[in-house]
Structure formats: structure tokens, C-alpha cells
Design a protein around this ligand. Structure first.
Ligand code: F6R
Length: 630
């Protein structure tokens, strides 16, 4: 949420920052801005509101502003508005009163009210409605107090900031200076081959230049000056030198490019057959049925806790929560344990450990970004209540979530997800969840590898089976055209597929902005059936499983009222295919894995509905990826 980037080196900085910003747009696209240091003491700032998330006009405006080639220090920002509306005045970068200090920021100052009052009291003229501007004024005051001592001023500034924040700061007096702060929100930096530095809220913008980077840990601060970087950490107002580990960047420059696809959402849906094998790679032994998950086996303490645990909590937000529901159900079905899913934003409001032994409870936190604030808060809340183990199911390596786990977890390894609507991350979360289920059943002696062979092979077949679903994209587009005759639709499923329906519903709402009712199919007759009129589109996840007979009844009940039922059916179930008004086919697989195939067909439906409704499918209205605010 909000993308920040900076460059300082020998090359013209603004084009590099612009290129990086275009890759960070998915983190927020209300407005964008850059600040370039055009001569000692002088910053030039260009910013603009982005209509419908479109970046091109802004890019042209920056190019027209003719930053000199000698401008080798620049910072940039793409904004997801939190404090103050989507206006140019509120767009970052923000400056202090002298215009010497420019700040870009990701996060939220929790004490902004008190800080604002204090700064106004000290004579600062605040011009925007943002909390970010306060940081620039505060740093300027601290510089005065410390007689220009940058290090003391930055420590003193940071100690006055509350909340989760990632900050990048320029000070025009020093053309070779950039300061980065990670206090709750992500920030990474890379040293390029020519000695230049890049800083950004994720490592992806570094990929065209380098494969190595450093992810700042919470409390880390970097001061880049004179071609060198000083790394330190902040403790009770004291500066402690640290050494931030260097890591290999995941993914490649191709991952963050469209590669011929019109949208990232379509690319990320369509390339799943090629990406999902990486999720499975080396983890399944098809001949013996053995599952190996290094990230859960490495720590003997974590392994012991997993084997002894009585309660399992799967927490996440949005799409990750829907995957969590499916994985929790798999645990109940295969491990016969108490396993529940919970929206992370609700965890701190509900005593979910009531009646459980906290020490014998395990939390699995699911997240694509690993930066979702509600999730991080939920982990801290549960940890404070003595939960035995926190493990992660996460895509982004080095994300905040990873640092909050007990060194236990499984990476998704599905590559960067750029489309704001999560697609391949959902599929990989469910796949990883299925592998963890079998792995733990084997570890706990509930399933021998031999007995696991059919399920393990079913997991391994999913990437290829997805091709059958993806090949129906054109047929699904035609169904979307039919749905366009109505202002809303309904989505239903039972058992595992209630979560599938929830996920399909979320995709349709966020990408196409169409109203969509979602219910467990059996609940439909307790109210939502009132929506059905002649021809009304109802998507029913109707695969071959134990709910099939009940689903057949529900379809008759809907059709008796005139509904047009689009069934997601199992290939070969000719009876079901005949009964529904229109069928989408998915290959046969156990219901827990059928969620992936069925949800993918709904991702395609949402994509086509988004296009037909003339929506920006990669940047849905009002949303952004990596929700780092509460
Ligand atoms: C929906 C979507 C969101 C995210 C949610 C959690 O398409 O992308 O609902 O799933 O914001 O994000 P992560 O998985 O990064 O924690």
C-alpha cells in the first residue's frame, strides 16, 4: 500500500525512479509524484492525481518538466490515500517549510493529531491534509535542534513517530544523501554494480539492475551518502550499528512485465500451469507419496509443536482468508483436529483461544504480500496470549510476516503478483495447504506415505488440469456477456465450495464492481432466492462430491423460479451438465483441490466482467495491493 522508491548514483535519477514507480503502481494509484535534486539546495517536485490509475499522463508531465541529466538523486511515490483526499496537494513527496526536505512515506502515523498540533504550535505551516508532511517538518525542526546533525536528527524524528511506517527522505543540502527508515512498513535497498543505490518498498524495481538486495528489518535505518551506506538500528533513541543480510531476489524482470498479455490479471491467471510446478517443486515424492516441507521440518522445536498441537488457526484477509477456510477444512477432514479459519481483522476482537490450550495451539498466517497490517497485528495479539507456534504461508520472501513467525513456514514460490486482484496466489496457497495437510498427517503417523500416494498425485496434477479450465476462457467470456444483461448475479456453493464461491464473489465485486450475492447453496432459499427473476444469472459450483444430490435440488429450486444456472461441473458428469443451463467444466479431482480449478474459472469470469464493464482490471477502484494500514 503506497509505493516508494529512490535512486542516488551517477545516472539521471528521474527516469530510473519513473520506471520503478510504474512497477509499484499496484501498491496505490490515487496519485504519483517525484522529487529530483536538480542542484545543491534545490528540489524540483512534480505530482499528479492519476485518473483511473493511468500513469502515462503523469509520466509525460515528468518528462516535460525536463529534469537535468545531472539530477542523480530522486525519490518517487505512488499513493493509496489514507489521510486526505485524492488531490495534488496531498500527493507525495511532501516538504518542510523551507522546501529543503522531501519525504515519501508508506504507512500511517498513529499520533498524527498530537504531532500536527505540536508542529503548528511551533510555527510550522502545514499545507496538506496528510500525515506524511508532518515528518518533513519534524525532521527540519530536529535538524535545527541538533545543529544539523543528520544522525541525531533522524533518531529523534523516528522516536517521535508512532504506527507502522516506511519512509524515504531527501535533504537538498546534500546531493548525495538518501535516508531510509523501516518502522513497521517494508523497505529494501540494493547497491548496483556502478556503486549507485536504489531504495524501494519492495525489491521488484531492482530486478532490471541486480539480483541481490537487503530487506531492512523493523527498526532499521539506512543513511546513504558519498557512495557508502551506513546501516543502523534504533533502540530507545540510541543508534546501534547493524549488518543487514543480503538476499537473492526472487523472480525475474520478465515476472514484472506483461510479456504480451493485455493485463497482469490475465497473465497471472493464464500462466498458472507454468508457475504452479515451482510451488510443488521438490516437495512431493510421487513414487513414494512422501511430502517434504523443509520450512516446517528445519526446526525440531517447531516440528514437535506441530505434532503435539490440538488446535489450529488459519488466519488471513480477503482472498488469503478464503484459502485459509479451505485449508482449515482440509485439516479437519484429514487430521481430525480442531481447525478454524478467521479473518485477521477480527482476531483481535474475539477471544478465539477461549477453551483452547494456547500452548498447544498453532497459528498458520496466510498472505501473498506478507505485509497485511491486520494480519501482523493479529499475530502479535495471539503471540501475547501465549500461542504455541506461529507459522507462515507466504509469497514474498523477507516480508514482515516472515520475521514474525517462529522460523516455521512454507513459501508459495509463485513469483511476484502484480495484478491487485489475487489470483495465482490463491491457487498456490491452497496447493501449499494441501501439501501441509498430507505432510502433517504423515508426521503425526495418521497417514503412511503409501496411503498418501493418490492425494499426492492429485496435487501434482493440478497445474496441468488447469489448462482445461483456461482453454474455456472464450466460453466464459460469452457467459459474462449474458450476465451483463443484469445488474447483479448470485454465486453459490456447498462445503469446500462455499469458500470457492466466496472467492469468486470477491473477484467479481472488486474487478467488475457488479453486485454479487454469495451464500452457501443451502442458505439461498432462506432469503436470497427473492433476488431471482426470469433469466437471473446464478453461478453454482456443482462439482462431483458429497454435496451433489443437495446441489441438484438447489438447481431445480432456482430454475423453478426462472434462474439461469451456470454450473461449474466435473468433466464427465453428463447428468449435471444437462441439468444446468450452461456448464463450465473442470477435470475430476478431490473437492479440496477442485476449489483451485473452480476458483480459476471464476477468476476468468471476473476478468471478462471487468472488461465488459470497462473497468481497469489490474487496478480496481479504491484498492491497492499489500494493505499495510489498519
Ligand atoms: C483480493 C485480494 C485481497 C488480498 C488481501 C490480503 O483479490 O487480493 O483480498 O487477498 O488484501 O492480502 P495478502 O494476501 O497480501 O495478505
Amino acid at each position: 500500500m503506497c509505493g516508494i522508491i529512490g535512486y542516488v548514483g551517477q545516472q539521471p535519477a528521474v527516469p530510473i525512479v519513473l520506471e520503478g514507480l510504474s512497477q509499484l503502481l499496484y501498491r496505490g494509484y490515487d496519485s504519483a509524484g517525484v522529487s529530483g535534486l536538480i542542484s545543491p539546495g534545490v528540489l524540483r517536485i512534480v505530482k499528479q492525481v492519476l485518473p483511473d490509475g493511468q500513469f502515462d499522463d503523469f509520466k509525460a508531465k515528468v518528462e516535460d518538466s525536463r529534469f537535468p541529466e545531472s539530477c542523480t538523486n530522486a525519490i518517487g511515490h505512488t499513493r493509496w490515500a489514507t489521510h486526505g483526499g485524492r488531490t495534488v496537494l496531498n500527493a507525495h513527496p511532501h516538504c518542510d517549510g523551507s522546501g529543503q526536505i522531501a519525504v515519501v512515506h508508506n504507512g500511517m502515523l498513529e499520533n498524527w493529531r498530537e504531532l500536527k498540533a505540536e508542529l503548528i504550535g511551533l510555527g510550522c505551516r502545514i499545507v496538506s491534509e496528510t500525515d506524511t508532511e508532518l515528518i518533513a517538518h519534524l525532521f527540519a525542526l530536529k535538524l535545527q535542534e541538533t545543529k544539523g546533525d543528520i544522525r541525531q536528527a533522524i533518531l529523534s524524528t523516528v522516536s517521535s513517530l508512532q504506527g507502522a511506517n516506511g519512509i524515504l527522505l531527501q535533504y537538498a543540502r546534500y546531493p548525495d544523501l538518501l535516508i531510509g527508515i523501516r518502522k513497521g512498513s517494508p523497505l529494501s535497498y540494493a547497491k548496483l554494480d556502478d556503486g549507485a543505490f536504489m531504495v524501494a518498498s519492495t525489491g521488484d524495481p531492482f530486478l532490471p539492475y541486480t539480483r541481490r538486495c537487503k530487506h531492512l528489518r523493523d527498526g532499521d535505518i539506512i543513511i546513504i551518502q558519498g557512495g557508502k551506506v551506513e546501516e543502523f538500528s534504533f533502540h530507545n533513541g540510541r543508534r546501534i550499528p547493524v549488518s543487514i543480510p543480503s538476499v537473492e531476489l526472487e523472480g525475474s524482470a520478465e515476472d514484472v512485465a506483461l510479456e504480451g498479455y493485455p493485463h497482469f490479471m490475465l497473465k497471472e491467471i493464464m500462466t498458472q500451469p507454468e508457475r504452479l510446478p515451482d510451488v510443488l517443486g521438490g516437495r512431493l515424492r510421487l513414487e513414494t507419496g512422501l511430502v517434504k516441507l523443509g520450512g516446517l521440518e528445519a526446526s525440531s522445536l517447531a516440528l514437535k509443536k506441530l505434532k503435539r498441537a490440538k488446535h489450529f488457526w488459519f488466519i488471513g484477509c480477503g482472498t488469503s482468508y478464503h484459502a485459509a477456510q479451505i485449508v482449515a477444512r482440509m485439516f479437519r477432514q484429514h487430521l481430525h483436529v480442531h481447525a478454524e479459519a478467521k479473518q485477521a481483522s477480527e482476531v483481535t476482537l474475539d477471544d478465539i483461544l477461549s477453551g483452547c490450550s494456547p500452548g498447544r495451539s498453532v497459528v498458520f498466517a496466510l498472505s501473498q504480500s506478507g505485509e497485511t497490517k491486520d494480519l501482523l497485528d493479529a499475530i502479535e495479539y495471539l503471540r501475547a496470549r501465549g500461542v504455541g507456534l506461529v507459522a507462515g504461508i507466504v509469497n514474498v520472501v523477507g516480508s514482515s510476516l516472515v520475521t514474525l513467525t517462529d522460523g516455521a513456514g512454507v513459501y508459495l514460490r509463485v513469483g511476484p503478483e502484480i495484478g491487485v486482484a489475487s489470483t495465482k496466489a490463491f491457487s498456490s496457497q491452497v496447493l501449499v495447504g494441501a501439501m501441509i495437510t498430507v505432510w502433517l498427517a504423515q508426521q503425526r503417523g495418521q497417514l503412511s506415505p503409501d496411503q498418501s500416494i493418490p492425494f499426492v498425485r492429485a496435487i501434482a496434477e493440478i497445474p496441468e488440469q488447469l489448462r482445461v479450465v483456461l482453454a474455456q476462457s472464450e466460453a466464459i467470456r460469452k457467459l459474462a456477456e449474458y450476465i451483463m444483461k443484469f445488474t447483479s448475479l448470485m454465486m453459490l456453493g456447498r462445503g469446500y465450495h462455499y469458500a470457492t464461491a466466496l472467492e469468486g464473489h470477491l473477484k467479481v465485486v472488486e474487478v467488475s464492481n457488479m453486485a454479487c450475492e454469495v451464500q452457501p447453496a443451502g442458505e439461498m432459499k432462506h432469503g436470497p432466492l427473492a433476488l431471482v427473476t426470469d433469466g437471473y444469472p446464478v453461478v453454482m459450483v456443482a462439482t462431483r462430491d458429497s454435496s451433489r444430490t443437495a446441489i441438484l435440488h438447489n438447481i431445480s429450486e432456482l430454475q423453478a423460479r426462472g434462474a439461469f444456472v451456470i454450473g461449474i461441473t466435473t468433466d464427465g458428469d453428463t447428468e449435471m451438465a444437462k441439468i444446468v443451463n450452461q456448464a463450465i467444466y473442470i477435470p475430476d479431482t478431490p473437492p479440496e483441490l477442485a476449489t483451485i480449478l473452480a476458483a480459476t474459472s471464476l477468476q476468468l469470469l471476473a476478468y471478462h466482467l471487468g472488461l465488459l464493464n470497462e473497468r481497469n482490471v489490474d487496478k480496481p477502484r479504491n484498492l491497492a495491493k499489500a494493505v499495510t494500514v489498519k
